[in-house]
Design a protein around this ligand. Structure first.
Ligand code: SAH
Ligand code: MG
Length: 222
């Protein structure tokens, strides 16, 4: 995993200051899984140099900081895709609703100001590209392949299926697809990321290369 050039400290492990920013940011990425995501991104850039990373589902930018740190270490960028209106489970009356993310003027969830504040706090504005919009619409307008696509967007079945269809063709041959909230056992959590993204990927010839918590990292066929 070590690159021959560049500082060992930035490639082997994440800049501890950035890691603290990530851990101090609202969101759903456990630290060990964030570290695994960082390692996967470094690995992806080594496998497919010169291509960007994509994150589908940024929320307040928590996982984005791990990916932005990796992008900086590898001399690439990360496209951070989100409509910033929150997933179904983030809406009022649902389990993962956070009233502090509601925009006073519209009464609706708006994570964009929080995302921007996180990226500014991390000083990652030069490597994090905002891609605001519906996931499938952003996929349609983003040209070229990515060395890593990290899917952590909506967890409804239709949304997960649409993300698989829209984003799997964007993973460069020999690149990596990372999927969050994959639970093989229904007792552990919702099945959409497993059944609508992970399993279709395996059927399409992607091979799982690592896992941490609910994060699965799969290698795209060459
Ligand atoms: N990766 C984040 C958590 C993402 S939560 C972290 O580390 O904390 C899921 C995000 O996906 C939400 O911000 C929601 O707005 C976004 N999302 C859900 N469905 C989407 C869609 N169809 N298009 C774009 N963004 C979507
Ligand atoms: Mg998640």
């Amino acid at each position: 995993m070590l690159a021959r050039t560049g500082s060992v400290a930035t490639v082997r492990g994440m800049d501890p200051v950035l890691r603290d920013v990530a851990i101090g940011t609202k969101g759903f990425m456990p630290p060990d899984e964030g570290d695994a995501l960082f390692a996967a991104a470094i690995d992806a850039a080594r496998r497919v140099p010169g291509r960007p990373f994509v994150e589908v589902g940024s929320y307040c930018g928590r996982s984005t900081v791990w990916l932005g740190a990796a992008a900086r270490a590898c001399g690439t960028v990360v496209h951070a895709v989100d409509h910033h209106g929150g997933s179904e489970e983030n809406q009022e009356g649902w389990e993962w609703h956070d009233p502090s993310l509601v925009d006073a003027a519209t009464g609706r969830i708006d994570t964009l100001p929080h995302f921007r504040a996180t990226i500014a706090r991390a000083g990652l504005g030069d490597v994090v590209r905002e891609a605001i919009g519906e996931s499938t619409a952003v996929a349609a307008r983003l040209t070229g392949a990515a060395s890593l696509v990290f899917v952590d967007g909506g967890h409804g079945r239709d949304v997960a299926r649409a993300d698989w269809l829209a984003w799997s063709p964007k993973v460069a041959p020999g690149g990596l697809l990372a999927i969050h909230d994959v639970f093989e056992d229904p007792a552990d959590g919702g099945q959409a990321p497993f059944e609508e993204i992970h399993q279709p990927a395996v059927r399409a010839g992607f091979v799982e290369v690592s896992r941490c918590g609910s994060l699965r990292v799969l290698l795209a066929p060459a």
